[in-house]
Ligand binder design. Structure first.
Ligand code: SAM
Length: 219
Protein backbone atom coordinates (compact mmCIF):
# COMPACT_ATOMS: atom_id res chain seq x y z
CA UNK A 1 0.00 0.00 0.00
CA UNK A 2 1.42 3.37 -0.97
CA UNK A 3 -0.75 6.43 -0.76
CA UNK A 4 -0.37 9.67 -2.67
CA UNK A 5 1.70 12.39 -1.07
CA UNK A 6 -0.20 13.69 1.93
CA UNK A 7 0.33 17.45 2.49
CA UNK A 8 1.69 18.14 5.97
CA UNK A 9 2.47 14.45 6.59
CA UNK A 10 6.06 15.10 7.63
CA UNK A 11 5.06 17.70 10.20
CA UNK A 12 2.27 15.53 11.56
CA UNK A 13 4.67 12.59 12.02
CA UNK A 14 7.26 14.76 13.79
CA UNK A 15 4.69 16.41 16.05
CA UNK A 16 2.77 13.29 17.10
CA UNK A 17 3.39 12.08 20.67
CA UNK A 18 3.02 8.54 19.38
CA UNK A 19 5.57 8.73 16.59
CA UNK A 20 9.22 7.84 17.17
CA UNK A 21 12.03 9.59 15.30
CA UNK A 22 15.46 7.90 15.11
CA UNK A 23 14.18 4.51 16.34
CA UNK A 24 17.71 3.04 16.38
CA UNK A 25 18.38 5.12 19.49
CA UNK A 26 15.74 3.10 21.37
CA UNK A 27 17.34 -0.31 20.78
CA UNK A 28 17.46 -2.14 24.11
CA UNK A 29 15.69 0.79 25.79
CA UNK A 30 12.04 0.32 24.85
CA UNK A 31 11.04 -0.43 28.44
CA UNK A 32 12.54 2.93 29.44
CA UNK A 33 10.56 4.65 26.71
CA UNK A 34 7.30 3.09 27.99
CA UNK A 35 8.41 3.54 31.63
CA UNK A 36 7.38 -0.03 32.50
CA UNK A 37 8.46 -3.60 31.80
CA UNK A 38 5.25 -4.73 30.13
CA UNK A 39 5.53 -7.12 27.17
CA UNK A 40 6.25 -5.53 23.79
CA UNK A 41 4.19 -6.57 20.77
CA UNK A 42 4.96 -5.16 17.34
CA UNK A 43 3.07 -5.11 14.05
CA UNK A 44 5.28 -5.07 10.98
CA UNK A 45 3.57 -3.42 7.99
CA UNK A 46 0.72 -1.96 10.04
CA UNK A 47 -0.74 0.09 7.18
CA UNK A 48 -3.29 2.62 8.43
CA UNK A 49 -3.09 1.24 11.96
CA UNK A 50 -6.63 0.04 12.72
CA UNK A 51 -5.44 -3.26 14.22
CA UNK A 52 -2.64 -1.96 16.45
CA UNK A 53 -4.70 0.94 17.77
CA UNK A 54 -7.57 -1.37 18.73
CA UNK A 55 -5.13 -3.83 20.34
CA UNK A 56 -3.58 -0.97 22.36
CA UNK A 57 -7.04 0.13 23.52
CA UNK A 58 -8.05 -3.40 24.55
CA UNK A 59 -4.77 -4.33 26.26
CA UNK A 60 -3.31 -1.43 28.26
CA UNK A 61 -0.92 -3.86 30.00
CA UNK A 62 0.90 -4.53 26.72
CA UNK A 63 3.13 -2.07 24.88
CA UNK A 64 2.48 -1.91 21.14
CA UNK A 65 4.79 -0.65 18.42
CA UNK A 66 3.54 -0.30 14.85
CA UNK A 67 6.02 -0.28 11.98
CA UNK A 68 5.22 1.08 8.53
CA UNK A 69 7.50 1.70 5.57
CA UNK A 70 5.77 4.73 4.07
CA UNK A 71 5.12 8.14 5.67
CA UNK A 72 2.02 8.60 3.51
CA UNK A 73 0.51 5.51 5.17
CA UNK A 74 1.90 6.09 8.67
CA UNK A 75 0.22 9.47 8.76
CA UNK A 76 -3.18 7.76 8.42
CA UNK A 77 -2.39 5.74 11.55
CA UNK A 78 -1.29 8.88 13.37
CA UNK A 79 -4.60 10.56 12.48
CA UNK A 80 -6.40 7.68 14.20
CA UNK A 81 -4.57 8.34 17.49
CA UNK A 82 -6.31 11.72 17.87
CA UNK A 83 -8.81 10.41 20.42
CA UNK A 84 -6.53 7.72 21.88
CA UNK A 85 -5.46 8.49 25.42
CA UNK A 86 -3.28 5.49 26.28
CA UNK A 87 0.49 5.54 26.67
CA UNK A 88 1.12 2.00 25.39
CA UNK A 89 1.49 2.74 21.69
CA UNK A 90 4.35 3.96 19.51
CA UNK A 91 4.51 4.22 15.74
CA UNK A 92 7.63 4.09 13.59
CA UNK A 93 8.29 4.81 9.94
CA UNK A 94 10.96 2.35 8.91
CA UNK A 95 11.71 -0.58 6.64
CA UNK A 96 11.43 -3.89 8.47
CA UNK A 97 14.79 -4.86 6.92
CA UNK A 98 16.36 -2.70 9.65
CA UNK A 99 14.45 -4.29 12.51
CA UNK A 100 17.56 -5.65 14.24
CA UNK A 101 18.90 -2.09 14.53
CA UNK A 102 15.81 -1.02 16.43
CA UNK A 103 15.16 -3.96 18.78
CA UNK A 104 17.69 -5.81 20.90
CA UNK A 105 17.96 -9.58 21.41
CA UNK A 106 14.84 -10.88 23.10
CA UNK A 107 13.27 -7.43 23.41
CA UNK A 108 10.05 -8.28 21.56
CA UNK A 109 7.41 -10.69 22.86
CA UNK A 110 5.19 -10.97 19.80
CA UNK A 111 5.31 -9.99 16.15
CA UNK A 112 2.10 -9.50 14.17
CA UNK A 113 2.23 -9.69 10.39
CA UNK A 114 -1.13 -8.80 8.90
CA UNK A 115 -1.90 -9.08 5.20
CA UNK A 116 1.75 -8.60 4.29
CA UNK A 117 2.54 -7.68 0.69
CA UNK A 118 2.65 -10.94 -1.34
CA UNK A 119 5.55 -10.11 -3.69
CA UNK A 120 4.24 -12.75 -6.15
CA UNK A 121 7.34 -12.96 -8.38
CA UNK A 122 9.77 -15.71 -7.34
CA UNK A 123 12.72 -13.35 -7.63
CA UNK A 124 11.13 -11.14 -4.95
CA UNK A 125 10.44 -13.98 -2.49
CA UNK A 126 13.10 -12.70 -0.07
CA UNK A 127 11.11 -9.49 0.36
CA UNK A 128 8.11 -11.37 1.77
CA UNK A 129 7.86 -10.64 5.48
CA UNK A 130 7.43 -14.36 6.22
CA UNK A 131 10.50 -15.49 4.24
CA UNK A 132 13.30 -17.31 6.09
CA UNK A 133 15.37 -14.15 5.65
CA UNK A 134 12.88 -12.20 7.75
CA UNK A 135 12.33 -15.10 10.18
CA UNK A 136 16.09 -14.94 10.89
CA UNK A 137 15.73 -11.27 11.78
CA UNK A 138 12.72 -11.97 14.00
CA UNK A 139 14.66 -14.80 15.66
CA UNK A 140 17.17 -12.22 16.94
CA UNK A 141 14.65 -9.85 18.46
CA UNK A 142 12.03 -12.26 19.86
CA UNK A 143 11.99 -13.33 23.50
CA UNK A 144 12.46 -17.05 24.25
CA UNK A 145 8.75 -17.77 24.28
CA UNK A 146 7.92 -15.07 21.73
CA UNK A 147 6.11 -15.86 18.54
CA UNK A 148 5.00 -14.57 15.16
CA UNK A 149 1.32 -14.41 14.25
CA UNK A 150 0.52 -14.00 10.54
CA UNK A 151 -2.85 -13.40 8.86
CA UNK A 152 -3.65 -13.24 5.16
CA UNK A 153 -6.34 -14.12 2.64
CA UNK A 154 -3.65 -14.99 0.08
CA UNK A 155 -3.50 -18.78 0.06
CA UNK A 156 -0.29 -18.95 -1.99
CA UNK A 157 1.51 -16.62 0.40
CA UNK A 158 0.12 -18.57 3.35
CA UNK A 159 1.33 -21.94 1.98
CA UNK A 160 4.71 -20.36 1.22
CA UNK A 161 4.83 -19.07 4.82
CA UNK A 162 4.01 -22.49 6.29
CA UNK A 163 6.94 -23.91 4.28
CA UNK A 164 9.27 -21.13 5.34
CA UNK A 165 8.42 -21.68 9.02
CA UNK A 166 9.41 -25.33 8.58
CA UNK A 167 12.54 -24.49 6.59
CA UNK A 168 13.67 -22.02 9.26
CA UNK A 169 13.29 -24.74 11.90
CA UNK A 170 10.51 -22.85 13.66
CA UNK A 171 7.62 -24.66 15.35
CA UNK A 172 3.99 -24.12 14.34
CA UNK A 173 1.91 -23.27 17.38
CA UNK A 174 -1.37 -23.42 15.46
CA UNK A 175 -2.82 -22.57 12.06
CA UNK A 176 -6.14 -22.36 10.25
CA UNK A 177 -7.29 -21.75 6.68
CA UNK A 178 -10.54 -20.18 7.89
CA UNK A 179 -9.93 -18.05 10.97
CA UNK A 180 -13.40 -16.51 11.16
CA UNK A 181 -15.04 -19.93 11.36
CA UNK A 182 -12.47 -21.45 13.68
CA UNK A 183 -11.90 -21.83 17.40
CA UNK A 184 -9.16 -19.16 17.15
CA UNK A 185 -11.52 -16.36 16.14
CA UNK A 186 -12.49 -15.33 19.66
CA UNK A 187 -10.95 -11.94 20.44
CA UNK A 188 -9.72 -11.55 16.85
CA UNK A 189 -9.23 -7.89 15.92
CA UNK A 190 -9.79 -7.29 12.23
CA UNK A 191 -7.35 -5.23 10.20
CA UNK A 192 -8.34 -2.87 7.37
CA UNK A 193 -7.44 -5.48 4.75
CA UNK A 194 -9.13 -8.25 6.71
CA UNK A 195 -12.42 -6.32 6.72
CA UNK A 196 -12.13 -5.64 3.03
CA UNK A 197 -11.27 -9.17 1.92
CA UNK A 198 -13.53 -11.06 4.30
CA UNK A 199 -16.45 -8.87 3.11
CA UNK A 200 -15.72 -10.25 -0.37
CA UNK A 201 -16.07 -13.78 1.03
CA UNK A 202 -12.34 -14.63 1.12
CA UNK A 203 -11.45 -16.99 3.97
CA UNK A 204 -8.73 -15.62 6.25
CA UNK A 205 -5.73 -17.86 6.99
CA UNK A 206 -3.73 -17.48 10.20
CA UNK A 207 -0.64 -19.13 11.61
CA UNK A 208 1.33 -18.68 14.82
CA UNK A 209 4.91 -19.90 15.03
CA UNK A 210 7.50 -20.12 17.78
CA UNK A 211 11.17 -19.72 16.98
CA UNK A 212 12.02 -23.02 18.70
CA UNK A 213 10.60 -25.73 20.92
CA UNK A 214 9.63 -24.29 24.27
CA UNK A 215 10.64 -27.48 26.08
CA UNK A 216 14.24 -26.89 24.87
CA UNK A 217 14.35 -23.61 26.75
CA UNK A 218 14.63 -22.99 30.47
CA UNK A 219 11.27 -21.25 30.90
N1 SAM B 1 -1.50 -4.63 8.07
C1 SAM B 1 -2.44 -3.77 7.37
C2 SAM B 1 -3.76 -4.45 7.19
O1 SAM B 1 -3.81 -5.68 7.37
O2 SAM B 1 -4.75 -3.78 6.89
C3 SAM B 1 -1.85 -3.30 6.02
C4 SAM B 1 -1.62 -4.35 5.00
S1 SAM B 1 -0.83 -3.71 3.53
C5 SAM B 1 -1.16 -4.90 2.33
C6 SAM B 1 0.89 -4.02 3.88
C7 SAM B 1 1.58 -2.85 4.54
O3 SAM B 1 2.90 -3.24 4.88
C8 SAM B 1 1.73 -1.62 3.64
O4 SAM B 1 1.26 -0.47 4.33
C9 SAM B 1 3.22 -1.55 3.35
O5 SAM B 1 3.67 -0.23 3.13
C10 SAM B 1 3.81 -2.19 4.58
N2 SAM B 1 5.12 -2.79 4.34
C11 SAM B 1 5.46 -3.61 3.33
N3 SAM B 1 6.75 -3.96 3.41
C12 SAM B 1 7.23 -3.36 4.52
C13 SAM B 1 8.51 -3.34 5.14
N4 SAM B 1 9.55 -3.99 4.61
N5 SAM B 1 8.67 -2.63 6.27
C14 SAM B 1 7.62 -1.94 6.81
N6 SAM B 1 6.38 -1.93 6.25
C15 SAM B 1 6.19 -2.63 5.13
Amino acid sequence: MRLRNVPGAREMIIESDYSIQNPQEYKGKWSQEFENDHPIHIEVGMGKGKFILEMAKRNPQINYIGIEKYSSVLVRAIEKTEDFEGDNLRLIRMDAEDIENVFDHGEVDRIYLNFSDPWPKDRHAKRRLTSTRFLERYDHILATDGYVMFKTDNRELFDFSLEQVKEAGWILKDYTYDLHNSEYNEGNVMTEYEEKFSAKGNPICRLSAYRHRLEDSCI
